[in-house]
Design a protein around this ligand. Sequence first.
Ligand SMILES: C[S@@+](CC[C@H](N)C(=O)[O-])C[C@H]1O[C@@H](n2cnc3c(N)ncnc32)[C@H](O)[C@@H]1O
Length: 314
Amino acid sequence: MQMLLEERNKYIQSPLNYTGGKFKLLPQILPLLPRNIDIFVDLFCGGGNVGINIQSRKIIFNDINSNLVRLLETFRELGLAAFDLIDEIISEYGLSQSAKYGFEYYNTTGTKGLSVYNRNKYLKLRNDFNRAEIKDNKYYMMLYVLVVYAFNNQIRFNRNGEFNLPPGKRDFNAAIQEKLKRFIECPPWSNYEFSSCDFRHFDTSRLTKNSFVYLDPPYLITSAAYTDKGGWKSQDEKDLLKFLDCLNNKNIRFAMSNVLKCKGKENSILKDWLDRNSDIYNIINLTFNYNHASYHVKDKKSATEEVLIVNYKI
Ligand SMILES: C[S@@+](CC[C@H](N)C(=O)[O-])C[C@H]1O[C@@H](n2cnc3c(N)ncnc32)[C@H](O)[C@@H]1O
């Protein structure tokens, strides 16, 4: 789905190119959220695309991935000084700097990319990061540099908690620098709180009827990089639906992103729960995407139905 340039500029984008990131869906999701929220919880925050575009007295970013949450927190702590640490790491490992020297200097082109030049340097950085014992600001900026130089700028850890992506085509180019600068400068960081726990352990006791919980969990019927570590199972889905029922019983409003159908599969746990509670929860269809291969034949079996499930009237 294409995003108009003016919409792209209207919203702040996470510097983490997260699988399942909601940046492109923001023009559809944000108008559906209520105004005047006292505490906004981005419970499965990932790169934080939703939370950073919300206006609220307090915004809590939570994710089970503590590296990710600490990385976001480190940007808050360092502010623009993050750039100094990033430059230091890039120089220390001898990684390419195409913004300064261009592609020819590295004997390549924009199309061919920089993975060949960066490979060994990147693997050394990845190895040092995975073996590091002290988790200081530099450690988290090493993680950010890895993401920038990684395949498709993705963030992914294996079962042992090691960053495991190969090098990608790009480096810390002008566009990525600009994205990071906007991300660090624009949002009201003083309103932010960071937490890293499983959603089942998230403390909802301070939330009131003026609070709001946004949930963007891994989708049961699609697979994504961040589910490497154990994956998202039927039991997680059932526990999540119980968690939503509890929020609703406490009169706390919520919106959950999800998909009901994808490539011929259906999320029957979610669908049954929605059918049983059709008088309480509303389903809003966001997009109807076709996967590339079947787009031309318009094979509806392979359609992905992105929905927003809410417990309030729009
Ligand atoms: C779809 S991503 C969120 C993307 C995010 N909305 C964005 O726009 O960048 C789902 C996130 O859920 C997190 N997650 C997975 N299992 C979790 C759990 N049990 N409790 C809390 N977070 C979890 C993953 O680490 C991942 O970051």
